[in-house]
Write a protein that binds this ligand. Structure first.
Ligand SMILES: *[C@@H]1O[C@H](CO)[C@@H](O)[C@H](O)[C@H]1NC(C)=O
Ligand SMILES: *[C@@H]1O[C@H](CO)[C@@H](O)[C@H](O)[C@H]1NC(C)=O
Length: 297
């Protein structure tokens, strides 16, 4: 009840001011910049392909030129093959400032490498108002190093949906009205990186990075953004325009997207078969009862 009331409020605000999103398709030169790594990150094929590498000296990373306040972001990735133990490849949205910022918001996909033939772990998390601790981890139903697969974040005022090859694997709902923070006021940028996390990534740090296999390289293509772009100078979003609500709804299905029963069933399938960790069922961690959002539907 209160959640739908809140939705109405957000909805009204948005209808009043934000009406058109910006769609960008797939040229890395236009949409991102290599942010760090001294030559370990590269864009090639006229902007169609990007690679990030890690060796003993450095990892690398890129970030989107724009910031977004809600959107659907898709990227295809091919992860480091062979012995990738100790490496972490990421794709995430983050608000400005350090992760220790009390208002920090973040939506994470992280791929933890593994020994040859052992499965990667896909780690997901959501930070809102500086609070994370909402980890869910999965194995994948395919080998993510053989081909490109699509990883997507759908972030609208009511849901954060994580998708793999268009199959939802996680739906973090807006339960703000029940006192569970949800990222919805700060614009975020997309970041991606590869770095060495041998201290914790593979079986809690037991398996170290094998530097004789470096450089470790992950590839990216077909970056697609359908989002409300934030203009920092004016503090407004590209979704501010005079189009009608119908146009918003028809052009921007992602903005109002909810999971239908079929998507919900597919998500349940993934969670039953491939989820290896869910903070909501970690009774050791929460002996005095599970976090509130875990008890809400
Ligand atoms: C690595 O493989 C082991 C054995 O299959 C598995 O238990 C673990 O979850 C995998 N991932 C990481 C990051 O260790
Ligand atoms: C989804 O499933 C529920 C419960 O099984 C049902 O009541 C509802 O009508 C279904 N919705 C749609 C859109 O099919």
């Amino acid at each position: 009840m209160s959640s739908s009331l809140e939705f109405v409020t957000i909805f009204t605000l948005l209808v009043a001011s934000y009406l058109l999103s910006v769609v960008h398709c797939g040229n890395f030169y236009d949409d991102v910049e290599i942010q760090w790594g001294g030559g370990h990150g590269k864009i090639f094929d006229n902007g169609k392909l990007l690679s990030l590498s890690l060796d003993k000296y450095s990892g690398s990373g890129f970030q989107s030129k724009s910031k977004y306040l809600f959107g659907r972001l898709d990227i295809q990735m091919k992860l480091v093959p062979g012995n990738s133990a100790g490496t972490v490849t990421t794709f995430y949205l983050s608000s400005d400032g350090p992760a220790t910022d009390p208002n920090h918001d973040e939506i994470d996909f992280e791929f933890l490498g593994n020994l040859t033939g052992e499965p990667y772990t896909l780690h997901t998390n959501v930070f809102a108002n500086g609070k994370g601790d909402k980890e869910m981890q999965f194995h994948l139903w395919f080998d993510p190093t053989k081909n490109f697969h699509t990883y997507s974040i759908l972030w609208n005022p009511q849901h954060i949906i994580f998708l793999v090859d268009n199959i939802p694997i996680r739906d973090f709902k807006n339960h703000d009205s029940m006192g569970v923070p949800f990222p919805k006021t700060q614009p975020m940028r997309l970041y991606s990186s590869i770095w060495d996390a041998e201290e914790w990534a593979t079986r809690g740090g037991l398996i170290k990075t094998d530097w004789s296999k470096a450089p470790f390289t992950a590839y990216y293509q077909n970056f697609n953004v359908d989002a409300c772009v934030w203009y920092s100078t004016s503090g407004i979003s590209s979704c501010a325009s005079k189009n009608s609500m119908d146009s918003m709804a028809s052009k921007n299905a992602w903005f109002f997207e909810e999971m239908d029963n079929a998507s919900y069933r597919r998500m349940r399938w993934v969670q039953r078969k491939y989820m290896i960790y869910n903070y909501c069922s970690d009774v050791k961690r929460y002996p005095r009862g599970r976090p509130r959002e875990c008890r809400l539907r």
